[in-house]
Design a protein around this ligand. Structure first.
Ligand code: NAI
Length: 223
């Protein structure tokens, strides 16, 4: 089957979930799986799964299902996980430290090179062998090291300035946790993360339930 060129954002957003479930299956030594079985585990319909995966090529075989290892590998390629990403975190407060401590990122190729903070009390602290460096040294560090990805965990009033330093020095991906829309050059990709949006989606759905208005909508993870 010919690969389609345009992949919708809705499909892209489902891929990490496929990747996670397939990783679990590999851990359990499952070699192959049908779209129906995958559907029961993952919560998307079997036809949704077939449609999604057909976007990228012919991964399944009639009567056999999907080869789990191959599908995991192919989705990893689509997700850009065939290379490592040199990463820095700016802001070593509660959030920055939590992210630095999350070992899963390292296991899928995100190499944390340094954490920057302007608080002298934090400078020198080691989080999982990675040192907190004075943020005055950020630009010099970026010039000396090829960094792909910057994770912004500073208060919002400093986020744009930090972002500019990152993108002026070759960083092409920003994972932004500060509650602000960042202005970036066209070739830079920003992914904003907002836990409160997710929390408020939850409370909205809970209240709908309380009022007996259970929406006939799909679980948001299926949209
Ligand atoms: P925090 O106060 O614990 O940590 C912020 C750190 O940034 C501090 O260590 C501080 O010294 C450092 N900092 C401040 N200005 C800096 C600068 N110019 N350069 C380098 N370091 C600087 O705050 P927390 O809870 O870790 O939150 C950090 C950011 O993440 C805030 O913008 C907050 O609103 C946001 N946040 C976002 C969430 C989300 O779901 N997107 C969830 C929690 C926090």
């Amino acid at each position: 089957m010919e690969k389609k060129k345009y992949i919708s954002m809705a499909v892209i957003k489902r891929l990490p979930k496929y990747h996670r479930y397939l990783r679990e299956l590999l851990r359990k030594d499952v070699d192959r799986i049908s779209s129906k079985e995958l559907s029961e585990r993952i919560g998307f319909t079997a036809s949704q799964i077939r449609q999604d995966l057909n976007n990228f090529g012919d991964f399944g075989q009639q009567g056999y299902g999907y080869n789990v290892r191959e599908l995991y590998k192919q989705i990893g390629i689509i997700l850009g996980l065939t290379k490592d990403y040199n990463t820095v975190i700016i802001g070593a407060g509660n959030l920055g430290q939590a992210i630095a401590n999350y070992s899963y990122f390292k296991s899928i190729g995100f190499k944390l090179k340094a954490i920057f903070d302007r608080n002298p009390k934090l400078v020198g602290l080691k989080i999982r062998d990675v040192e907190v460096v004075d943020s005055d040294d950020l630009e010099a560090f970026l010039k000396e090291n090829e960094i792909d990805l910057g994770i912004i965990c500073v208060p919002k009033e400093y986020a744009q300035d930090i972002c500019k330093k990152l993108t002026d020095n070759g960083v092409s991906g920003i994972w932004n946790f500060a509650p602000i829309d960042l202005d970036v050059p066209k070739d830079v990709i920003v992914e904003n993360v907002n836990l409160s949006e997710s929390l408020l989606t939850l409370t909205c759905r809970m209240n709908d339930n309380l009022m007996g208005n259970r929406r006939k909508m799909k679980n948001p993870s299926q949209i």
